[in-house]
Design a protein around this ligand. Structure first.
Ligand code: FEO
Ligand code: CA
Ligand code: CA
Ligand code: CA
Length: 566
């Protein structure tokens, strides 16, 4: 049975050592091939990226975007369709002729805007391995100008109305799409993380609204949209940034469908959205807010999920909660309601961080992905690191004391917290928790910074970020941290992907990334004989070799014997 708990058989691979080189390594008996690279055509008759001039404005919404991140595979009839995120762009590589890659025209801005967002693409396995199906009707690019709907309690609110959208219901674009999620009804959830970075002010004397501070919205941006696209100039459109920072639902089965921003799930720097159905059929969505000293959230729908039934309001009506972790291994979910926060519902959904501060939630060490165990009632969150823990407050002024699930001052390594909902019900208001692992370096440190007892010289890592469970109940951990291989990080090599056994706590290294890259995003083929893994922002000329562009890439990994892989 796939649920067999025989510890000896849980890892089907021989763990690999740390590497500091410029390629991907996987265990003996496995191999990898690129599936999709930044600038690669998604449609027929579109050229590949030009290594000198980049992608033209005409083609910039017809190619695979930059910086691949969260992804999910959908089986739609006989087709396999991957929806995936393109988190951000490196200006210099996409506008190679501009100083520091800063836009000099509206077309330059459009190139950057088009190379981010979401790709939906059909893939198929042929004699040459996995490839994008170029003439598929599913293929689609969603970018910074794609029409979207706003729904839930903030839709229609004065807080998000603009001159172009006096009803507060129709917006353009999704931003800084980081982690992802998948609903049981076959939609893709793309999560807006560092959306603040796109909105600036051409007027240096413009008085920023008070709420911008907590979200880090400042006059100067590194993308420079505001100079040529007034929608991103907060001195002209002060409500525009309040229309970003949401979980966005995309229907990958219909390339003409309109994505929906689900404001009921809150406005934070969303990492991912991990969905599970509670015992009574309500929909539970766990979500991290990735910033030092921000919080972990949970949405519970009012309605019940009925397979084949109407799912259009499930993510619009419900209650948003924020986590409080007590030092005694217990915890509770604090509801964010007008009663508990003295805020109106639209305010709670737009100023979610401020609402959570009012109820006394626990400031966390940068909550990244949440993963839900499919074979046990428990969930995990990667707390990637927090070098300000115990020494500074967070940007909004909340304190970050050492303790509980965030036990280390100046935490450079990170940890993974696990919680067990009371009554084996993800909708329950209470939980108990423990730490699945504290990352560390036992070669360099002898104290708590050596890491927990399941960390050793052979499996050490820092900065856990992406996490996914496979169908057998193994937890896959992807890192986005320091790859200097020096000092505190000596012996840890490049960023990597490991597998952890929730039952024994054992962790083994499966993959190492090229220098400079993080590993992020993971999904499986329908037959589970291939796993797709994202390699984001390599420094070196990966995957095409010396003299070629470094390209963010999805790799397809298979066992040489074509056996199941998760
Ligand atoms: Fe985009 Fe928190 O990672
Ligand atoms: Ca991440
Ligand atoms: Ca990152
Ligand atoms: Ca990260």
């Amino acid at each position: 049975s796939v649920q067999a708990q025989d510890a000896a058989n849980r890892f089907a691979f021989k763990p690999i050592q740390a590497f500091s080189d410029n390629t991907v390594h996987v265990p003996d008996g496995y191999s990898w091939k690129p599936l999709a690279k930044w600038g690669q055509p998604l449609f027929p008759n579109v050229p590949d990226i030009d290594p000198i001039n980049g992608v033209s404005v005409e083609n910039s919404n017809k190619v695979f975007g930059e910086n691949t991140d969260g992804m999910e595979l959908f089986v739609i009839g006989d087709h396999q369709v991957i929806a995936l995120n393109h988190e951000y762009v490196n200006n210099e590589t996409n506008l190679p002729h501009n100083e520091k890659g800063m836009p000099k025209s509206a077309d330059d801005v459009k190139i950057l805007q088009n190379l981010q967002g979401v790709t939906v693409m059909e893939v198929a396995e042929g004699e040459k391995g996995w490839e994008i199906v170029l003439d598929s009707p599913f293929n689609r690019r969603i970018h910074h100008n794609t029409p979207m709907k706003l729904s839930g309690p903030a839709a229609g609110s004065d807080l998000i109305k603009t001159e172009a959208d006096p009803n507060g219901t129709d917006c353009l674009g999704t931003f800084n799409n980081c982690g992802a999620g998948k609903t049981p009804w076959g939609t893709y959830l793309t999560c807006e993380e560092n959306f603040n970075g796109y909105f600036g002010s051409t007027d240096p004397n413009f008085a920023m609204p008070e709420d911008f501070k907590r979200y880090g919205i400042v006059a100067e941006t590194r993308y420079g949209y505001e100079a040529f696209d007034p929608r991103f100039d907060v001195s002209k459109n002060p409500n525009e940034p309040r229309r970003a920072g949401y979980v966005v639902e995309v229907d990958p089965s219909d390339a003409s469908s309109t994505p929906v921003k689900r404001t009921a799930l809150g406005r934070i720097k969303h990492e991912n959205a991990a969905v599970v159905i509670a015992r009574d059929g309500r929909v539970v969505v766990y979500m991290g807010d990735d910033e030092r000293g921000e919080f972990l959230y949970k949405f519970v729908s009012s309605g019940i999920y009925v397979p084949g039934g109407d799912t259009s309001r499930l993510l619009d009506e419900g209650t948003l909660y924020v986590a409080k972790f007590s030092d005694d291994g217990k915890g509770e979910w604090l509801a964010l309601t007008p009663d508990t926060t003295s805020m109106k519902m639209d305010e709670i959904c737009v100023f979610t961080r401020q609402a959570a501060s009012k109820v006394g939630a626990t400031t966390m060490d940068r909550p990244e992905w949440v993963a839900i165990n499919p074979v046990a009632i428990e969930a995990y969150c990667a707390l990637t690191n927090n070098t300000n823990r115990g020494v500074k407050t967070n940007a909004g002024g909340d304190e970050m004391p050492v303790g509980g699930a965030n036990p280390r001052e100046k935490n450079a390594y990170g940890q993974i917290v696990r919680w067990y909902p009371e009554n084996d019900d993800h909708a329950d208001g209470k939980f108990t928790w423990d730490l699945f692992v504290m990352a560390g370096n036992p070669d360099v440190h002898k104290d708590t910074y050596a890491g927990s007892s399941n960390i050793n010289s052979g499996n050490m890592f820092n900065s856990p970020d992406g996490m996914m469970f496979d169908s057998t109940g193994l937890l896959w951990i992807q890192t986005d941290g320091e790859d200097t291989n020096e000092g505190d990080f000596l012996g840890q090599g490049n960023n990597q992907m490991l597998a952890g056994d929730p039952v024994t706590g054992r962790i083994e290294r499966f993959l190492t990334a090229p220098k400079g890259a993080e590993v992020t995003g993971m999904t499986w083929s329908a037959d589970k004989r291939t796993v797709f893994v994202g390699i984001q922002h390599p420094d070196a000329p990966f995957p095409d070799g010396e003299g070629k562009l470094p390209r963010s890439t999805i790799v397809a990994i298979k066992r040489d014997d074509n056996a199941l892989i998760g």
